[in-house]
Design a protein around this ligand. Structure first.
Ligand SMILES: Nc1ncnc2c1ncn2[C@@H]1O[C@H](COP(=O)(O)OP(=O)(O)OP(=O)(O)O)[C@@H](O)[C@H]1O
Ligand SMILES: [Mg+2]
Length: 238
């Protein structure tokens, strides 16, 4: 018997989810650069982030909040990018519990699919790293797996990154996720021998191509799109 509409799996999403080896590694910058580059190429792109925490603790550098920068690169409003913001810079499961509004996985997935339906490509940003809990039992990794989005992993260039990046790729693959690219950020103008070796070693150990992102001045959509020019974004979102 053919499946009825209610039996059907939701259609696969086209896009990627940008995760990282830690908080503060550059997920927003990389996701914004991917989105800005796609938009500059005339692609209808939308961004989403399931939860933004720390909105009461602005970035000391003056950088915009995640949903604001992503929105600036896609033409959405910040409120279109995320449906859940919390003031404290703590894990989403704790921020939501403290606010008395626990997060609902189904609602987060429905929101991502609704955002995706407004465009041809969805660029999602995770929260912290892959095993960060959105609810006590449901992680960013579960969110990515439920959406079926391939991953781009952002990692630091320096000491410790081989371990953190390989751990992230191992966890992703154990959950059945595809890792399409790794971006080392911020890539210094004169990388040390160790940083260059980190890039080569991560590629060899994971089998994933490693790319870099240098410091972007200005964080405008044009500057971010230009910074992403060398990346094979078409392969990452397929
Ligand atoms: N390549 C870069 N060029 C300019 N600024 C950068 C770059 N990479 C990171 N930053 C700055 O470093 C800080 C952390 O980067 P970002 O916000 O992208 O990290 P994140 O992984 O998204 O963090 P979070 O876990 O809070 O979402 C921000 O102030 C950002 O503007
Ligand atoms: Mg971010």
């Amino acid at each position: 018997m053919p499946p009825t509409p209610t039996d059907r799996e939701p259609p696969p999403l086209r896009g990627c989810l940008v995760t990282g080896t830690d908080t503060g590694v550059g997920k927003t910058i990389v996701a914004a650069a991917i989105a800005a580059a796609l938009r500059a190429d005339g692609v209808r792109v939308a961004a989403c982030k399931p939860v933004v925490t720390g909105v009461d603790e602005p970035d000391p550098s003056g950088a915009p909040a995640d949903h604001e920068l992503l929105a600036a690169c896609t033409g959405q409003t910040p409120g279109d990018v995320t449906a859940a913001t919390f003031g404290a810079a703590v894990s989403p499961h704790l921020a939501a519990a403290d606010a008395g509004t626990p997060l609902d996985p189904d609602a987060l997935l429905q929101n991502a699919r609704a955002v995706a339906a407004t465009a041809d490509v969805l660029v999602a940003e995770g929260v912290g790293g892959l095993l960060v809990p959105l609810t006590p039992q449901w992680s960013v990794c579960d969110y990515a797996a439920a959406l079926g989005l391939p991953l781009v992993v952002v990692a630091r260039p320096g000491l410790g990154t081989i371990n953190h990046t390989c751990l992230t790729v191992t966890v992703a693959r154990a959950a059945g996720l595809r890792v399409r690219g790794i971006v080392l950020n911020p890539w210094p103008p004169a990388p040390t021998a160790m940083e260059r070796d980190n890039a080569r070693t991560i590629a060899a150990l994971t089998g994933v191509r490693v790319w870099t992102l240098a410091q972007v001045v200005g964080l405008t959509p044009d500057a971010l799109a230009a910074a992403a020019a060398a990346w094979p974004i078409g392969d990452w979102i397929a």
